[in-house]
Design a protein around this ligand. Structure first.
Ligand code: SAM
Length: 238
């Protein structure tokens, strides 16, 4: 694969500090990955495109860009090794991010990246989304919730929409084709107080594939019984 410096133009929205921070993040990701299972992708160019660029897709197209621009408190559910949440936090130091994951070892990795980069705009929470979104301080408190590669859309909406303020957004990072998943989620989205507002197709550089962002707007408060207890959303999707 080529030199990542050739990709700098594709990351034109990032300033030099953020670009350098991505370099440190990449190095820590591959170093830690030898001991902790963080990613199947370790080639430098692929990490930059399929993890870093992919995480920033929300800022690259018109509808989702305006959602991001108007959001100040942002949560990433099932952030794993920090995608998309930590990359967005590096790109947008003026916004506040809460990154949630159920696996402690991934949080440990994220904490050392946050420390190494001296990021002041990130909180890390070790929890299952089902329990996290029942906590008063977090419920319906975010302008925007994002999530990538965690569950099918109908399940994911039960984990994320309870966290979104009325008038806020959930943006789901999905693969190239999401039509069936989206149709299957219509019922759940309605029950949880949301409405699918856009579906945006995006292309990765270097012919590394296409992705879809699904934007769900929260119109009404989520009924208190959701999310159901941990494990139920996955076993019996709405
Ligand atoms: N979002 C990252 C990405 O795109 O690379 C990680 C994806 S990984 C396949 C899924 C992550 O979601 C795992 O780190 C897992 O621990 C987390 N996860 C799955 N279900 C969860 C839940 N109910 N609450 C919190 N985290 C969850």
């Amino acid at each position: 694969m080529g030199d990542v410096r050739e990709l700098r133009k594709a990351f034109a929205s990032l300033n030099d500090t953020a670009w350098e921070q991505l370099g440190t993040y990449f190095q820590m990701l591959v170093d830690w990955n030898e001991k902790v299972n963080l990613t199947a992708i370790t080639d430098e160019t692929e990490v930059y495109v399929k993890h870093f660029f992919d995480s920033l897709l929300i800022a690259s197209s018109s509808e989702s860009e305006s959602v991001l621009a108007s959001s100040h408190r942002i949560c990433d559910i099932g952030t794993g090794a920090g995608f998309p949440g930590l990359v967005l936090a590096i790109a947008a130091p003026g916004k506040h991010f809460v990154l949630v994951d159920a696996l402690a070892k991934r949080l440990k990795f994220l904490q050392s990246v946050v420390d190494a980069l001296a990021l002041k705009n990130v909180d890390l929470v070790h929890a299952r989304a089902e329990d996290f979104s029942r906590q008063k301080q977090y419920r319906e408190s975010f302008d925007l919730v994002v999530s990538r590669a965690v569950a099918k859309l109908n399940v994911l909406c039960e984990l994320t929409l309870p966290l979104v303020k009325v008038g806020g957004w959930f943006v789901s990072y999905k693969g190239p084709s999401v039509e069936d998943e989206s149709a299957e989620a219509t019922h759940a989205i309605g029950i949880l107080g949301g409405r699918e507002a856009f579906m945006q197709s995006c292309t990765l550089p270097l012919d590394m594939g296409t992705r879809t962002l699904v934007g769900i707007r929260k119109d009404r408060s989520t009924p208190k019984e959701y999310p159901r207890k941990a494990g139920t959303p996955q076993k019996a999707p709405l």
